[in-house]
Design a protein around this ligand. Structure first.
Ligand SMILES: NC(=O)c1ccc[n+]([C@@H]2O[C@H](COP(=O)([O-])OP(=O)(O)OC[C@H]3O[C@@H](n4cnc5c(N)ncnc54)[C@H](OP(=O)(O)O)[C@@H]3O)[C@@H](O)[C@H]2O)c1
Length: 298
């Protein structure tokens, strides 16, 4: 039985991944800062540790799934918060690397988090070959990926999952729902900015795919094959909820309410295509937005 170590396993994606990993018959160990809180969110078969040194030195960890990081969309981006976003990802990845460097038994595969923010804002579709353009999100992802890339020196296969907007029972969709349910939702700014999204079930499946697919290495875009504009997203969400979604939030209001976070995450976007997943034979269960939202909200 393979043993997987998950950081950020108590979070939205991590929790769903841990459940799937148990279904696969894998042993799952979650590194968490708060084991009591994590225990409430995870099945009892998931083992919890608060320090890497709690791992038995003879235990072979075959796979590391590294998702831990301070949430980005929980308020205005002050300089102190921006430092925390970076430190919480880069420092915890560095600790993982230092731990496994010193340990005799190395993991075979490391799947490490990243985000489509790597590419910076843009209007043309991009795949994994695109260079990122300058922005805070790009800088954060670049540093996070560079930190995980150190595992290559331990002969590990490393994938960075450049994740889009994950749709499910938590995360961005949960934040949007109250306004849309009250018919107060609508496009933000011009509504022309791209939203590259992915259903949580496909997100979890693609992490499993990255673990199993020997040929996958480096950046892997974790987005559905059909990105939409913000306007299309609002319209589709309104249709699924059977509510009008026509109340726009003008760009100056978004900037006033959310500052730089609003400008980078809400008013700008990118159209990201999952080329490496498709080339490696991954099949999306939810390639279209309407069926994804219907499944989640039913
Ligand atoms: N959800 C999305 O749409 C999306 C999109 C793009 C990228 N991502 C990235 O994918 C990763 C997982 O996403 P998610 O939505 O599952 O995130 P999440 O629900 O916010 O969970 C992240 C986990 O990271 C740990 N964490 C939080 N703050 C931390 C800190 N300051 N230092 C160290 N660990 C901390 C927490 O685990 P403990 O409390 O148990 O320690 C938490 O459960 C994140 O890094 C996120 O940036 C997510």
């Amino acid at each position: 039985m393979a043993t997987i170590l998950v950081t950020g396993g108590s979070g939205f994606i991590g929790r769903h991944f841990c459940c799937r990993a148990l279904e696969q018959g894998w042993r799952v160990i979650v590194l968490t800062r708060h084991s009591k809180a994590a225990a409430k969110r995870l099945p009892s078969r998931v083992e919890l540790i608060e320090k890497l040194s709690d791992l038995d030195e003879n235990l072979r960890i075959g796979v590391v799934v590294n998702l831990a990081g301070q949430p980005l969309a929980e308020g205005r981006w002050t300089e102190a918060r921006k430092r925390r976003f970076i430190e919480s990802r880069v420092n915890s990845t560095q600790q993982l690397f230092d731990f496994f460097s010193a340990r005799e038994l190395k993991p075979k595969v490391v799947i490490s988090g990243s985000a489509i923010g790597y590419y910076g804002p843009g209007e043309l579709p991009v795949d994994e070959t695109a260079a990122g353009s300058d922005s805070f999100s790009h800088d954060l992802c670049r540093q996070w990926e560079a930190s995980a890339a150190q595992f290559e020196s331990l002969n590990c296969r490393v994938c960075y999952v450049r994740t889009g907007i994950v749709l499910g029972d938590e995360g961005a969709l949960a934040k949007m729902l109250p306004a849309f349910k009250l018919a107060l939702g609508g496009p933000m700014g011009t509504g022309k900015q791209w939203m590259s999204w992915i259903h949580i079930e496909d997100m979890v499946s693609l992490i499993v795919h990255c673990i199993n697919c020997e040929g996958l290495v480096g950046a892997v875009n974790a987005t559905a094959p059909n990105p939409v504009t913000n306007q299309q997203f609002s319209k589709t969400l309104g249709a699924v909820l059977r509510r009008p979604a026509i109340l726009p939030m003008p760009a100056p209001v978004v900037k006033l309410l959310f500052g730089e976070m609003g400008e980078e995450l809400l008013l700008k976007g990118q159209s990201v295509l999952p080329k490496k997943l498709k080339d490696s034979g991954f099949e999306f269960k939810y390639p279209n937005l309407h069926s994804s939202l219907s499944q989640i909200l039913d």
